[in-house]
Every structure is written in C-alpha cells, then in structure tokens.
Write a protein that binds this ligand. Structure first.
Ligand SMILES: [Zn+2]
Length: 190
C-alpha cells in the first residue's frame, strides 16, 4: 500500500513495472518452497548414486528440449525457440535425468496427494502423452513409495537405479515399466 502511494507520488501513477518485479520476487520465493520433501529425497538418492539430474527445468513440447527456469511464473518466451509459450505447450517436470549416453531424456514425476485430484490427474495424463511424443520417458514416484514410514530407507536409491537402467534400455522401459499395472494406475484419465 505504502509502495503504491510512494510510486504514485514520485512517478505520477502506479509503477507497474516495479510492482510486477516485486510480486515476481515474492512468488519466486514461494516457488522455491514448493519443492516437496519427497522431491528432495529423490534428488538426494540420485546424487548419492552419482546419477546426474536437473531441477527447475521448463520443458517446451514444441522445441522438444528444456531450459532452466527458477521462477514460479511462466516466462513470456521460450528460451530455446523464442516463441510464445501457450498453455499445455510446456511442462515443468520435477526432476530431469539423462541416459548414460546422454541421448535420451526422462522426467521423474514425484506425486503428492494433489495428483489424485481429477484436474491434476488428467493434466498429468495428457502431459505424459506429450512427453512420450517427444521421446521423453516418464517415471512416477508416489510420496508413499519413498516415505521412510512405509518403505525401506534404500527405496529411493532402488528407484533411482531402476529409472536410469530403464532409460538406458528403452525396450526394457516398455516391457517392464509402461505396461505395468502400477504405471497404468497412475497414468489414466478420470
Ligand atoms: Zn520452445
């Protein structure tokens, strides 16, 4: 409020750019906090096993590539193709990993309770199709899969190794993972 009055007095009107930057700063901080404990557990497991991973990525389905984006808000333009980013034409994967030969990419989706909601579940479903169209594998981790209260402490590490192996051998991904009951259960329209 005070900022509004000050900018109004000094600039002869509200300084929208300043307000926008200020709001952006706050949202960025909130976005930082949005990373869940389960996501951090999964990242730690990947790190422990020396499997390179990336977070804060924005994947563009048009350019079929991703770039770093730490802001909670969506950028005006895609950093790769410099085009406008439309709704559903991009995704913000929790974790991105690459195959050993760096030729294939996979995303790890760490699902909290919110993913059980119809809108989120359907969005996840369509996003998976888009990722697959771009040749990107999708791995799913439910919070409870790696919660030490319900699963062994090495479970995140076991999953990290499995994901890397299935990414290195695409035929195994189809044979073991995407045809499994688990995968189908967590990748369906409601
Ligand atoms: Zn793009």
């Amino acid at each position: 409020m005070t900022i509004g009055i000050i900018t109004y007095l000094f600039f002869g009107g509200p300084n929208y750019h300043f307000i926008y930057k200020f709001v952006n700063l706050i949202i960025t901080r909130v976005g930082d906090l949005v990373r869940t404990a389960a996501e951090k557990t999964m990242c730690k497991a990947l790190g422990d096993l020396r499997i390179p991973y990336q977070v804060f990525r924005l994947y563009c389905f048009e350019c079929k590539d991703h770039f770093e984006w730490k802001n909670w808000q969506v950028p005006d333009l895609c950093h790769i193709g410099k085009h406008k980013l439309w709704f559903r034409e991009f995704a913000r994967p929790d974790i991105v990993i690459e195959s050993s030969d760096r030729r294939r990419t996979a995303v790890i989706r760490v699902d909290g309770g919110i993913h059980e909601k119809k809108r989120v579940k359907n969005n996840d479903y369509f996003q998976t199709i888009k990722f697959n169209d771009c040749g990107v594998r999708v791995f799913i981790v439910k919070n409870e899969d790696i919660d030490p209260r319900y699963s062994p402490t090495f479970q995140p590490h076991a999953l990290a190794l499995l994901f890397r192996r299935l990414l290195d051998e695409p035929t195994l991904y189809d044979k073991i993972y995407s045809s499994s009951k688990y995968w189908k259960e967590h990748n369906r329209k409601l």
